[in-house]
Design a protein around this ligand. Structure first.
Ligand SMILES: *Cc1c(COP(=O)(O)O)cnc(C)c1O
Length: 393
C-alpha cells in the first residue's frame, strides 16, 4: 500500500472525519469516477454548471458550486456578500473600500472557522450576551439585537448551524428579510441527518456551506456553496481562472447573473479555494450516492459496523450504544471509563497500538471515549474490538 511505501503509519480512525486524521474513506464508485475524470479535460465553468444542477437538485437551492472545502465556501460566500456582481470590488478584496464588509453574528456562534470571513476582508460584529452558556442566566442573543446591529456597512449575517444555535434560523431570517440582508450559514458538519441538505435553504438561507469530506463521503478537500443564483455566481467568479479575453467568456445559464457584469475580475480572492476536476467529480458522485441511499439503510450499515466492534470486544458492560450519538441518524458506541485519567490512559494505549487506533476523545475529561463508525471500514471492526478488549483486560 502507498502509505507503507512512503513509511507513513496507517491508523484506524474511529474518531470521525477529522481533518487531522485525514478524514474518512471514499466509496469505490467515487474513486472510479475521479480516475475517469483525470483522463480527460474540460472547461471548469462548464463543469461547475453541471455541479450547480446536481447541487440544486440535492439542496433545493437555485445554484451551487464545488469548492475546496466548507471553509473555502465560507470565504467565497463572504466575498460574494461583499463584492456582489461588481468586478472592481472583486479585484480589490480583501481591501473592502467602498463595500459593506460587516458580518453580524451572535457571540455564542463564534468559532475558529469564522476567520474565513476575515480572510476575505470581512469584519465580524458580535451581538448578544450568551449567559445561558456562561451560566448566570438563561438568555442568548435575540432577533431584535441582530436588527439593531444592521447598518449600511452590513454585508451579511453569519450563522453557525448547530443543535444549540440561537436564535433559531427562521427567526434570524425574518429580521434579515425585513432589512434585505443576506444570511450565510455554515452547516459544514450538519450531515447526517440527510434532511439538513435541504433544511437551511428551505428556512430561507441565502447561502449554505457543507463539507464534502465529512459524512458526504467525498474528497477531504471538497465542499459545497449553495444558495441564491446571484451570490453563488459572484462566488464562482471569484474562484474561477478568468484570465482570458473577456468577450470569450459566455456565462452558463446556471450562472446567468455573470452576464450582467461590466467586466471580469482577474484571479480573485478565492483563487486558493479552487477545486480540481477530479475532486469536483468525486464530490458530485458522493453527493448523488448520499441522496440515493435511504438514511435508515445508511444508519443500519453504521450500526452493524459498531455491532461487530462490540462483539469482538466481547460486550463489556461499560461499552454501549447511543442510537443517535453525535448526530441524529449516526449510531455511536460510548465507552464509559471510571474517570478522566483512566480514559486518557486507555486512549494513549490505543494510539500506541499498531495500527494506531483513534477514538473520539471529545468527552475524555468526563471519562468517556466514543467510537464513530463513519471513517473506518468493516474490515477493521474486529481489530478495533479486540484492541479494546485487550485494553480492558
Ligand atoms: C469542519 C468544519 C469546517 C471546515 O470544513 P472543511 O470542509 O474542512 O473546510 C467549517 N466549519 C465548521 C462548523 C466545521 O465543522
Amino acid at each position: 500500500m502507498i502509505y507503507d511505501d512512503l513509511g507513513v503509519p496507517r491508523i484506524i480512525n474511529a474518531y470521525g472525519t477529522n481533518t487531522r486524521l485525514s478524514g474518512g474513506l471514499m466509496a469505490p464508485e467515487v474513486l472510479a469516477a475521479m480516475a475517469e475524470a483525470a483522463r480527460a479535460t474540460v472547461e471548469m465553468h462548464h463543469l461547475q454548471a453541471a455541479a450547480s444542477r446536481e447541487i440544486a437538485k440535492a439542496t433545493g437551492a437555485e445554484a451551487g458550486i464545488v469548492t475546496s472545502g466548507a471553509s473555502a465556501a465560507v470565504l467565497l460566500g463572504a466575498a460574494a456578500c461583499m463584492a456582489r456582481l461588481d468586478p472592481g470590488a472583486m479585484n480589490r478584496l480583501p481591501d473592502t473600500r467602498g463595500m459593506p464588509d460587516e458580518f453580524i453574528t451572535t457571540r455564542s456562534q463564534r468559532n475558529m472557522y469564522d476567520r474565513a470571513l476575515r480572510v476575505a476582508g470581512g469584519r465580524i460584529v458580535e451581538i448578544g450576551i450568551p449567559d445561558r452558556v456562561s451560566g448566570p442566566g438563561v438568555r442568548d442573543a435575540a432577533p431584535w439585537e441582530i436588527a439593531d446591529a444592521i447598518t449600511d456597512r452590513t454585508a451579511a449575517i453569519y450563522y453557525l448551524a448547530g443543535t444549540n444555535s440561537e436564535p433559531p434560523l427562521p427567526d434570524v431570517m425574518r429580521v434579515a428579510r425585513e432589512r434585505h440582508i443576506p444570511v450565510l450559514v455554515d452547516a459544514a458538519a450538519q450531515l447526517p441527518p440527510a434532511e439538513n441538505l435541504r433544511r437551511f435553504i428551505a428556512e430561507g438561507a441565502d447561502l449554505v456551506c457543507f463539507s464534502g469530506g465529512k459524512a458526504l463521503g467525498g474528497p477531504q478537500s471538497s465542499g459545497i456553496l449553495a444558495g441564491r443564483r446571484d451570490l453563488v455566481s459572484s462566488a464562482l467568479a471569484q474562484m474561477l481562472d478568468l484570465d482570458m479575453p473577456e468577450a470569450d467568456f459566455i456565462a452558463p445559464a446556471e450562472f446567468a447573473p455573470l452576464a450582467q457584469m461590466r467586466g471580469l475580475p482577474h484571479h480573485g480572492i478565492g483563487r486558493s479555494c479552487k477545486i480540481g476536476k477530479e475532486e469536483l467529480i468525486g464530490l458530485i458522485v458522493a453527493l448523488q450516492r448520499f441522496i440515493a441511499q435511504n438514511p435508515e439503510h445508511r444508519s443500519a450499515l453504521w450500526q452493524a459496523r459498531l455491532e461487530a466492534v462490540l462483539a469482538a470486544a466481547r460486550h463489556p458492560a461499560n461499552l454501549h450504544f447511543i442510537p443517535d450519538g453525535a448526530k441524529p441518524g449516526l449510531p455511536t458506541l460510548e465507552w464509559r471509563l471510571p474517570d478522566a485519567a483512566t480514559a486518557r490512559a486507555a486512549d494513549a494505549r490505543l494510539r500506541a497500538h499498531r495500527p494506531a487506533i483513534h477514538l473520539d476523545a471529545g468527552r475524555i475529561g468526563q471519562g468517556v471515549l466514543a467510537i464513530n463508525p463513519i471513517a473506518f471500514d468493516d474490515s477493521d471492526a474486529a481489530l478495533l474490538g479486540a484492541a479494546i478488549k485487550e485494553c480492558l483486560a
